[in-house]
Design a protein around this ligand. Sequence first.
Ligand code: PMT
Length: 307
Amino acid sequence: MENQPVITKMSARQQSEICQSCHKGSNQFFWHGGVHETRGLSCVSCHSVHAFKSEKAQLKEKTGAAPEEIVVAIETLLTKERPLAGKRALVTSGPTREAIDPVRYISNHSSGKQGHAIAAALARLGAEVTLVSGPVGVADPAGVRVVKIDSADEMLAACLKAGAVDVAVCAAAVADWKAAKPASAKIKKKPGAAPPALELAPNPDILATLSRPGPKRPVLVVGFAAETENLVANAIDKRTRKGCDWIIANDVSTAAGTFGGERNTVHLISAEGVEDWPTMAKDDVALRLAGRIALQLARPRRVVAAE
Ligand code: PMT
């Protein structure tokens, strides 16, 4: 059963929707049943694995089943309504690295798990997703265009280059500061000398830039707030300062284990108020958020008449 080709009965439209990586339709895919992260179907053209995280549990139950049963299960799952079809999304994820010299940098503990899960969830609901990611160890989500960057300056440039989107979700942990004058050669440790002073300069604020009013502003801009104290109060203040529509507040104190962990406890803060979500797997936070985004984008937009 492992890596066996299976023939699907999908229509050409469904096939090309599934194979968002190469945009080629095919009625032959390879079934991977054993490795939990790659369980699903891989396209014969681009070899991308097409499996959707929340379907894992259902697919797991089918790993012992006959190929026809697996195909029917996957077809059923893939033909579900895709409420974000036709919408474009931008997601930032992971940390940034700010060079001090060619061998040292300033960064943080973000693993990219939460941001990547959000990109995957938006794609699963049918959005065309660009994921701008700092250096992470997690795999690129299937069906998502991934742009890899190191620094905050590069992340901003990649976000602006992504063009007009309906929704932007800034889940990246962008370094607030960078070295004012990164050295072009390794800074040498001199015996007996004092440690070198590190002068810092502010990084551009990507979330605030994307939130600026104007014709190119996404319909919905979602930021995150990573706080170690006064979580909700600080996040409410951050939403106003940055000008985004929603802020997802999460506790990043060591005890909470949010950085690099599998679960997250978040609060969705909007102009309407604060919603406390229960502790969930990061994949489930991502799916719930993607669902809320789909609902919000489906709402009729308020047209403000010109004076
Ligand atoms: O990656 P994981 O290990 O899964 O962890 C997930 C996470 C904790 C990184 C994620 O859930 C999270 O909280 N991301 C935002 C981290 C952060 O930088 O928070 P902040 O409160 O410092 O920044 C507020 C917002 O402004 C964020 O949306 C951030 O992307 C954005 N920002 C910050 C600074 C800057 N120069 N530019 C920005 O766009």
